[in-house]
Ligand binder design. Structure first.
Ligand SMILES: *Cc1c(COP(=O)(O)O)cnc(C)c1O
Length: 418
């Protein structure tokens, strides 16, 4: 056993301090974590803070040029009350399924400002999208033919944008979603032919612009800036070569958040400055174009904490294990199994003893009968016992909805927005 709380990871302590700490217990929206646990019926839960969402949106508005629209990517967190809240804060939302479409419509988002991306939209999905008059980001020529056929049966004019898989990569992304062979979007070489199809059916297809989404979870401002300028240059070239009018240009997002010790916050002021030049260049080449920045985790990850109670404390070969009520079945990402190549620890504290006098190295594991169910591997926490509450930060995105909740049929988790 060691002493002094500075050994708890710096990132964990920094994130804890973005919430209030009262009597050594985390407080969210004026309610202590212990009281929240009672409120939700002592189940594992995700709590999302409106104040954190506000701060994030305000930070973006402060640095991003006012001409740029901010869209929320619902897939990051589709919790209905949260989407309703986001809808009041941003100019539009991006959806990735027909169910997310209904969430967006129920949140009162104007169909004009909803866009739909995804490499496997089936005919039923497309029909719903066309009937709702939202923008479809088309990912292949064949998809466009299906859209045309459905639009004809509905006697509607489908609103479309082309999602282009660029020839470059957004370097240092947590996930690559553009550049090289991918299921997303169409390669640059096919764009001309696809625009030919659009031109053949003006009564059923309404072209509005382009989407380019090269990567996700990026903390390198220079790489993001470079990718944004390349995207704009590509769209300007495509527009000039094909003579189309571009009303909307969705230049992706990819803004990352610090998940691991040593990660640095994204340099937003730097990106904001560069985006001013980008806006000017876009306006000169495509007057009246709406530029859209599409963000998921950057908006909501810091607002969320996953909370799960310690049910067992045990020692095995000198290693202390805290076994909690929920684990990878609620929070796959924190277990390291959602896209990470090397497992690293998410920021975590004992929520009701944030800065304890005595700390120790522990493993925090979930209740599942699999060694994959790890929430913390050899991390430093305040000494904890059954009944204490483990709190995992940066859990507002890709948490519950990205987890195998049916695995082992354990306790379901609860979500609240406060
Ligand atoms: C996943 C995704 C997003 C959101 O990514 P974040 O890393 O959460 O910002 C945005 N747009 C598209 C097309 C996506 O697939």
């Amino acid at each position: 056993m060691k002493t002094l709380s500075q050994e708890v990871s710096t990132l964990s302590m920094q994130l804890a301090e973005t919430f209030s700490i009262v009597d050594n217990c985390l407080e969210i929206g004026g309610i202590s974590l212990e009281r929240l646990a009672e409120q939700v019926g002592q189940k594992p839960f995700f709590v999302y803070s409106r104040r954190h969402i506000d701060e994030r949106v305000n930070l973006l508005r402060e640095h991003i040029p006012p001409q740029v629209s901010i869209h929320y990517a619902v897939k990051a967190n589709p919790f209905v009350p949260l989407v309703h809240y986001m809808a009041s804060k941003v100019e539009g939302v991006d959806i990735a399924s027909a169910s997310e479409l209904l969430i967006a419509l129920n949140a009162g988002v104007d169909p004009q400002d909803i866009s739909f991306a995804g490499p496997g939209k089936n005919d039923a999905d497309l029909k719903q999208a066309i009937a709702a008059r939202i923008l479809i980001n088309v990912e292949s020529e064949n998809e466009l033919h299906r859209i045309h056929a459905i639009a004809q049966t509905l006697n509607e004019r489908a609103r479309i944008a082309l999602r282009v898989n660029p020839d470059y990569r957004l370097n240092s992304s947590g996930m690559r979603m553009g550049g090289g062979p991918l299921q997303f979007g169409m390669d640059v070489q096919y764009v001309k032919a696809v625009l030919g199809v659009v031109r053949d059916y003006p009564e059923y297809l309404q072209f509005e612009g382009f989407q380019i989404f090269p990567g996700s979870q990026n903390l390198n401002a220079d790489h993001i800036i470079e990718a944004q300028h390349k995207a704009l240059d590509l769209v300007i070239t495509l527009a000039r070569e094909s003579g189309v009018m571009v009303q909307r240009f969705n230049l992706g997002g990819g803004f990352g958040v610090p998940y691991f010790e040593g990660d640095q916050e994204l340099d937003l002021p730097k990106i904001g400055l560069s985006m001013q030049q980008l806006v000017d260049k876009a306006e000169a080449a495509m007057p009246g174009v709406e530029i859209i920045l599409e963000l998921g985790r950057y908006l909501v990850a810091p607002a969320g904490i996953y909370v799960t109670k310690v049910v067992e404390r045990k020692v095995s070969h000198d290693v202390v294990y805290l076994v909690t009520e929920g684990g990878m079945n609620h929070h796959l990402a924190a277990s390291g199994h959602l896209g990470q190549l090397i497992r690293r620890n998410y920021p975590i504290v004992i929520g009701n003893r944030v800065a304890g006098e005595t700390v120790e190295k522990v493993n925090v594991v979930g209740p599942l009968c699999t060694p994959l169910d790890v929430l913390l591997n050899q991390g430093t926490l305040t000494v904890a016992h059954p009944g204490d509450l483990v709190a995992i930060f940066q859990s507002g995105a890709y948490g519950l909805s990205a987890s195998p909740v049916g695995f082992l049929s354990q306790t379901q988790a609860v979500e609240i927005l406060i």
